[in-house]
Design a protein around this ligand. Structure first.
Ligand SMILES: [Zn+2]
Length: 103
């Protein structure tokens, strides 16, 4: 596990406002503490930088793992799981429901 400086961890947490940045679950609504996740995993050379970090609930973080794409079940196309700030040029995520998320 990579060390994430406390100031960077705090910046990402404040940006998220207590919510998982993947599914939007608020930390108050779960038994587990949210985690800071590398959007692009370190094994894919994802850096420990604000644009590549997000707050994730334990379910999203566990299910996402180091994946960065999946198959769209309706179209069969390979799609990015998220449009992180790095590619969208904005400080928020677009939020399609993750492929592993069940209502
Ligand atoms: Zn989540």
């Amino acid at each position: 596990m990579t060390y994430i400086p406390e100031a960077l961890r705090r910046l990402v947490a404040e940006r998220a406002g207590g919510r998982c940045e993947y599914c939007r679950l608020h930390e108050d609504d779960t038994f587990f503490t949210h985690e800071v996740d590398h959007i692009y995993a370190e094994k894919h050379d994802g850096p420990t930088a604000e644009w590549n970090l997000c707050v994730a609930c334990s379910d999203c973080n566990r299910n996402k793992g180091s994946d960065i794409c999946s198959l769209d079940l309706e179209t069969g196309e390979v799609v990015a799981l998220y449009q992180p700030a790095a590619t969208a040029g904005v400080s928020t995520f677009s939020l399609p429901i993750p492929a592993w998320s069940s209502p």
